[in-house]
Design a binder for this molecule. Structure first.
Ligand code: NAG
Ligand code: NAG
Ligand code: NAG
Length: 438
């Protein structure tokens, strides 16, 4: 009995093991089939489209598409791109960073973009794979010992020597004559590299840069020799770290300054053969509203500038030598309605930021009516503008965050760059064809 019982148990044991094995196989097979041939969502999708493709093939294509789009376009840009960042001798870039001003002043997008590219998933270490080539030269980190401002006279020479280096060492510049190469020129008049408009126009863009793509803060709505080049208008640099302590939610802000401006306002502007600083606009503002209680106008630099922006309802952004100003970005970031006074100014990322919804434009000749205009807005649509202004996506679009985030200033510039994929030499290669096909 014992034996029989034993045999019986043994049989049972074997049976159970077979059963287990069978179940294991069935489940595995089922799971595998689910993995390989579960085409329900795809089949449904396709059927709606009226296609009659074998479902497993569709699924394979679907999977490949998912894999490839994640790999080739990790930042979800308008087109998948890869960028090669030239490694230049440190004297062209990194060496300047010992001066903290270099990575923080209003032209410092040249540093932020370079650093963000180095760590971005779009960077390729293989130049043969690249759609675009980035030349990292920090030209505005040379500060004038007299004024403390960036001196940019050396920029064309410095950039030219960087181009000589890369064009003699590698074939990529020569094969496209620089047309898929990218430079940053964040000065008053972009790649014209002079802060006085007439001199900038006379000097023009250096010949060797005219085929390339320039990332610049300068922008006008009408033709101008300093933007007569393939370019992307980017916002001026405001350090995200420096503003972080001031980012209060709107309900916690007390805005008790009606209209604010702190900056250079000449009492008697010099006439440089017909050209006057700010075309006389800042002087007009000062004379007209210097004693008006609604206006808080200061001519000197001072500590607490950020707190003043945070306390203000309207922030005046009149032109200086150039139409653009870091004040436009500062105002948006600090939730103060930018009042832009610069005829013909083009604003950065206007494809993504609805400037009409978040700012006011006042014509230069309307400065005498400025108080009236602002009071009218305060009485009518101010709260609408403020609500638009406080949308996170607007502020994020104008800040170069580190590391870059989808929707920030670096991301928007990469997205605009990806739409210029046709300029890429690599586009004509088989890899790029494959890349855009799937
Ligand atoms: C590119 O062209 C320049 C000027 O014609 C020449 O000096 C240089 O050697 C060329 N570079 C390469 C890699 O052939
Ligand atoms: C500035 O000087 C030019 C001559 O160089 C003159 O024609 C112009 O009227 C002056 N502008 C002002 C506002 O004084
Ligand atoms: C607010 O009103 C001003 C002047 O009446 C107008 O120019 C502006 O477009 C308006 N803005 C919005 C967002 O409604």
């Amino acid at each position: 009995m014992c034996l029989m019982h034993g045999n019986n148990t043994k049989d049972k044991y074997i049976f159970i093991n077979y059963l287990r094995l069978f179940l294991f196989f069935s489940f595995s097979l089922y799971a595998l089939s689910q993995l390989l041939f579960d085409t329900r969502p795809v089949a449904k999708r396709r059927r709606r489209g009226g296609c009659d493709i074998p479902t497993s093939a569709v699924h394979l294509e679907f999977l490949m598409h998912r894999v490839s789009s994640a790999n080739l376009n990790p930042l979800q840009l308008s087109a998948a791109i890869q960028i090669y960042v030239y490694e230049l001798p440190r004297k062209f870039n990194e060496d300047w960073l010992v001066d903290k001003r270099c990575s923080n002043h209003l032209f410092a997008a040249e540093v932020a973009i370079h650093q963000n590219l180095l760590s971005s998933p779009l960077r390729t270490l293989n130049p043969d794979e690249a759609d675009f080539f980035f030349l990292p030269v920090y030209v505005s980190c040379k500060f004038s010992p007299k004024t403390g401002f960036p001196s940019i006279g050396h920029a064309p020479r410095t950039i030219h020597s960087a181009v000589s280096l890369v064009s003699s060492a590698m074939p990529y510049w020569n094969r496209s004559k620089g047309s898929d190469h990218i430079f940053v020129a964040t000065h008053d008049f972009g790649a014209c590299f002079h802060s006085m408009e007439d001199m900038a126009m006379e000097q023009g863009i250096p010949g060797f840069m005219r085929n390339s793509i320039i990332l610049q803060t300068f922008g006008e709505t009408t033709w101008h020799p300093c933007q007569d080049v393939e370019n992307i208008q980017i916002p001026p640099y405001i350090s995200p770290l420096a503003i972080a302590p001031y980012m209060l939610p709107p309900e916690e802000q007390k805005r008790n300054i009606f209209a604010f401006f702190r900056g250079k306002m000449e009492i008697h502007p010099k006439n440089y053969s017909g050209r006057m600083y700010s075309r006389g606009v800042r002087t007009a503002i000062y004379h007209r509203y210097g004693r008006n209680k609604l206006f808080y106008l200061k001519r000197q630099r001072a500590e607490g500038y950020q707190a003043e922006l945070l306390r203000s309802i309207f922030c005046l952004c009149p032109l200086g030598w150039a139409p653009w100003s870091p004040r436009i970005v500062e105002s948006v970031v600090f939730g103060c309605v930018p009042v832009i006074i610069a005829d013909n100014i083009a604003l950065p990322y206007s494809h993504a930021v609805d400037w009409n919804a978040i700012s006011l434009k006042v014509r230069e000749i309307d400065v005498p009516r400025l108080a009236k205009i602002l009071l009218h807005v305060a009485a009518t649509n101010l709260s609408v503008i403020q609500k638009n202004l406080w949308k996170e996506e607007n502020r994020q679009a104008l800040l170069f965050l580190e590391p870059l985030r989808i929707g920030d200033a670096t991301w928007h510039l990469l997205d605009l760059l990806s739409r210029k994929i046709g300029r890429s030499h690599a586009t004509r290669s088989p890899r790029a064809l494959f890349n855009t096909e799937i």
